[in-house]
Design a protein around this ligand. Structure first.
Ligand SMILES: C[S@@+](CC[C@H](N)C(=O)[O-])C[C@H]1O[C@@H](n2cnc3c(N)ncnc32)[C@H](O)[C@@H]1O
Length: 211
């Protein structure tokens, strides 16, 4: 789905520690930069993307939750509260700067013990150890930034338990209706079943599940 159409402006990231070959590939993609990460955690964002409303019906106490493309954790902290003291949220991002911001915020909120962080590469979430262990995965504003949506969904699908769910949300501006539909198709191609679409002010969402 990551062709040239329907994409936001190309923003290049700097300061990564990837091998040069991977960094070139990453920099060819449209990635929201870590130096603007603080904008994503602004409290005013709640007015059009309320984490409690978006995630509240999916995350229960004790769940193991996966969040690829977590940024600085606008959704991760509420998710950790919902998962409770016996739950865990595994937060993964391409950019070390995003993960550093998330760690600080989690520590300040007293939630660091429920949040595990990982830095990934553009094509690998590095979650091979999580196969069949995830109850719920959510990916907000991420799929259109990945270089290969189908491969992204394949890794997520492998990590889900049977019956486990994926919620992905794509922003309306940078992602066209057509590319959103293509993303759903890519998820289906790797075996995820479509359950429902939700279209609202902040974006277009889809709920998928693993049979
Ligand atoms: C628009 S931001 C959204 C962050 C967060 N989900 C939120 O809503 O606040 C997209 C995030 O996805 C991350 N990202 C981009 N490509 C990725 C990839 N291939 N794997 C993992 N994370 C990626 C970016 O570094 C960035 O933090």
């Amino acid at each position: 789905m990551n062709g040239d159409t329907g994409r936001g402006p190309c923003i290049l990231q700097a300061g990564t520690s990837f091998p040069l070959s991977e960094r070139r590939m990453v920099m060819a993609e449209h990635v929201y930069p870590a130096w603007l990460g603080w904008l994503l955690v602004s409290p005013t964002r709640k007015f059009y993307m309320d984490p409690d409303r978006i995630l509240g019906s999916y995350i229960k106490g004790g769940m193991t939750v996966l969040e690829p493309g977590c940024g600085m954790g606008f959704f991760s902290l509420p998710a950790a509260r919902m998962a409770g003291p016996n739950g865990r949220v595994i937060c993964i991002d391409l950019q070390p700067g995003m993960i550093a911001g998330l760690k600080k915020r989690a520590a300040r909120a007293g939630l660091a013990d429920r949040i595990e962080t990982r830095v990934c590469t553009a094509r690998s979430l590095h979650i091979e150890d999580l196969q069949g262990r995830i109850d719920f995965c959510f990916a907000i504003g991420v799929v259109h930034e990945t270089p290969d949506g189908k491969e992204f969904f394949r890794q997520v699908a492998e990590s889900l338990k049977p019956g486990g769910k994926l919620l992905f949300v794509e922003p309306k501006g940078p992602v066209t209706q057509e590319n959103y539909e293509k993303a759903i198709e890519q998820a289906e191609e790797v075996g995820l079943k479509f359950r429902k679409k939700i279209v609202e002010q902040g974006g277009r969402s889809a709920i998928m599940y693993k049979k």
